[in-house]
Design a protein around this ligand. Structure first.
Ligand code: ATP
Ligand code: MG
Length: 232
């Protein structure tokens, strides 16, 4: 479903070209989970940005095929990349995931509203409410639905962020150190829920993590070093 073929990416730093990703290839299916570990600065976030179509590789191909069509990320215009991000991907970062002036419920509803804006067949309000309720219950934060994000603990906020990342049912969820600022107990709980919820929704999960324990929850485990991925 997601196919990364021979992508290379370099940055020019103080006039010197630095190769961050060197002819990297990877493919995975809907519902599959992958983790990427690697030292700080090894290029993990760079790879996630390419998959989110926030940036383009210097060479190589990235394609996503779903029942609704085929996307060639490298040839996207900015408008196409925007549309792709609204419909096809969910993003979760280490922190700053939620909008603090609206409730937990409204935060989770936001991507559904955005992705429905230009869509012909919109979810009925009843279906949307049911979906949000199910997600919040499965991530054990339904009781906090009317609170503002800052009234929740870090772990609870990250669980809401997972709900938000999955609310528009994207085929692909990209998570960049989603439990990086949680203690190890909460990190275990949240990452377990992340993997399980993606599986239940048939969403492919690509997760960057510094934790070996978190990485072990995923089906494919990779390590990025010297601009190449090795399987672990
Ligand atoms: N826009 C940019 N311009 C120039 N250099 C960049 C840019 N983005 C990233 N880099 C460089 O590319 C390298 C890889 O960065 P990246 O953010 O992908 O690392 P990472 O593996 O995510 O690290 P961390 O674990 O610390 O988050 C770093 O050396 C970084 O300085
Ligand atoms: Mg990073």
């Amino acid at each position: 479903m997601i196919n990364i073929e021979n992508i290379s990416k370099s940055y020019t730093d103080a006039g010197e070209k630095r190769l961050i990703l060197d002819k990297l290839s990877l493919s995975f299916e809907r519902g599959e989970s992958l983790s990427i570990q690697g030292a700080s600065g090894s290029g993990k976030s760079t790879l996630l940005h390419l998959l989110a179509a926030l940036d383009k590789p210097d060479s190589g191909k990235i394609t996503l095929s779903t029942s609704s069509g085929f996307e060639d990320l490298v040839s996207f215009t900015e408008a196409q990349a925007d549309e792709y991000r609204k419909r096809q991907v969910g993003l979760i970062f280490q922190k700053f995931n939620l909008i603090d002036c609206i409730s937990v419920w409204e935060n989770v509803k936001l991507p559904i509203q955005i992705s429905a804006l230009n869509r012909a067949s919109q979810n009925s309000p009843d279906n949307t409410d049911l979906l949000i309720k199910e997600l919040l219950i499965s991530l054990d934060v339904y009781k906090h639905r009317d609170k503002l994000p800052h009234q929740l603990s870090g772990g609870e906020q990250q669980r809401v962020a997972i709900a938000r990342g999955l609310a528009h049912k994207p085929p692909l969820l990209l998570a960049d150190e989603p439990t990086g600022n949680l203690d190890s107990k909460n990190s275990d709980i949240v990452s377990q829920l992340l993997v399980e919820t993606c599986k239940a929704q048939n969403t492919a999960l690509l997760m960057v993590t510094h934790s070996e324990k978190v990485a072990q929850l995923t089906e494919q485990q990779w390590y990025l070093e010297n601009a190449v991925l090795r399987s672990i």
